[in-house]
Design a binder for this molecule. Structure first.
Ligand code: UD1
Length: 341
């Protein structure tokens, strides 16, 4: 069997990637500390694919446990590393927690991965590394800008750590995927995003408002230099994003990569404004959303959408699903977990 480790495999993007890996015949082992996920996700995965992935509850900050895990699983042929904290605002308040949780853990995992007979590694990065890029769409050669938050910094430093290791260890083959804005849920509505507390991201805030958990969505800023004054992002369906991981992993397994550290933007290439996202939601759900304009949110860039040519041409991956598909799946997931008919 082709055994793949997915760290953070019970999280939002991790769980969708586990499904796509299983669909492609990989055997998946998940490690997750359940700090921002639930064991119920295992049931969701197995009800979609018919296969319950192996799971070990491990906090990767415990280096000894990571070492033991790898010595018990020497037949792992690839690692997809999602486990990390991801709340921008929280990272500003708890920088040391973020550096420990996102960087110490990366080091501990890499220390084991380089010792495997097959050292293939996929890293979960973010378009946040570009900050407000000068030119749209954003290519991979756009400069990485000073990070706006400790969270963003952990993604930049994470890429640098992997790159430094790749320079001296030709055994390590790594790909960093720079995600734009992942949204949506599995079309089965059996897995999806489960934000803790009040959602910080737009789409879960929209679906929770429509479900009655929140009164009103605040649209942060309507005086940006965009077509309708609201910020523009590249919203990528989580299933398309999950598939990009499988394609990237296969590239490494088949030895098709051109260097031992590659980066790819993973987005749709289409910029959508906040108002367009709301319109899409209203269109697919058939209900109107309660929203109001509010002041700009600190740290938000005006626009960010991907140039996906490198991923299309070199990785051979392309997004298939639309914004409407993503909004419908997010709404079906929200209705499912809130028991709304
Ligand atoms: C955020 C993070 C980014 C991270 C990504 C992961 C910030 C500054 N950036 O991206 O680093 O990689 O999540 O998913 O937090 N919006 C509203 N009202 C809301 C929530 C959001 O109007 O209640 C707007 C925002 O101003 C923004 C857009 O919706 O224009 C998208 O926001 P969000 O979903 O939080 O994603 P990003 O900020 O792009």
């Amino acid at each position: 069997m082709k055994k793949i480790l997915v760290t953070g495999g019970l999280g939002f993007i991790g769980s969708h990637t586990v499904v796509e890996l299983q669909n492609e015949g990989f055997e998946v082992v998940i490690i997750d500390d359940l700090s921002n996920s639930s064991l119920d996700v295992l049931d969701g995965i197995s009800s979609i694919t018919g296969i319950t992935p192996k799971f070990e509850k491990i906090d990767i900050k415990e280096k000894g446990k990571v070492q033991t895990f790898f010595s018990d699983h020497k037949d792992i042929i690839g690692v997809i590393h999602f486990a990390a904290s991801k709340a921008v605002g929280e990272s500003v308040l708890k920088p040391l927690h973020y550096y420990e949780n996102n960087l110490n853990t990366l080091v501990y995992i890499l220390q084991e991965v380089v010792g495997l007979p097959s050292s293939n590694f996929i890293f979960s990065s973010s378009c946040t590394v570009y900050g407000q890029a000068e030119h749209m769409p954003i290519t991979e050669s756009a400069p990485v800008q000073a990070a706006e938050s400790p969270y963003g910094n952990t993604k930049q430093i994470g890429e640098e750590i992997i790159n430094d290791v790749c320079k001296v260890d030709s055994n390590l083959q790594a790909i960093s995927l720079r995600y734009f804005n992942p949204i949506g849920a599995h079309p089965s509505a059996k897995i999806g995003e489960l934000p803790l507390g009040v959602p910080q991201n737009l789409v879960p805030y929209i679906t929770q408002t429509a479900a009655g958990l929140r009164d009103c969505l605040s649209v942060f800023g309507n005086d940006y230099a965009t077509s309708d004054g609201t910020c523009v992002r590249d919203y990528i369906h989580v299933v398309d994003l999950a598939k990009a991981h499988v394609v990237a992993l296969k590239r490494l397994l088949e030895g098709d990569n051109r260097s031992n550290f590659e980066t790819f933007n993973i987005g749709t290439g289409i910029g959508s404004s906040v108002l367009e996202v709301i319109k899409s939601f209203e269109n697919v759900s058939g209900q109107s959303l309660n929203y109001k304009f509010a002041p700009r949110r600190e740290g938000d860039v005006t626009e960010a959408y991907a140039d996906t040519k490198k991923a299309n041409d070199i990785l051979g991956w392309q997004s298939q699903l639309t914004l409407d598909d993503a909004m419908l799946s997010a709404w079906n997931w929200e209705k499912n977990i809130r028991n709304i008919k």
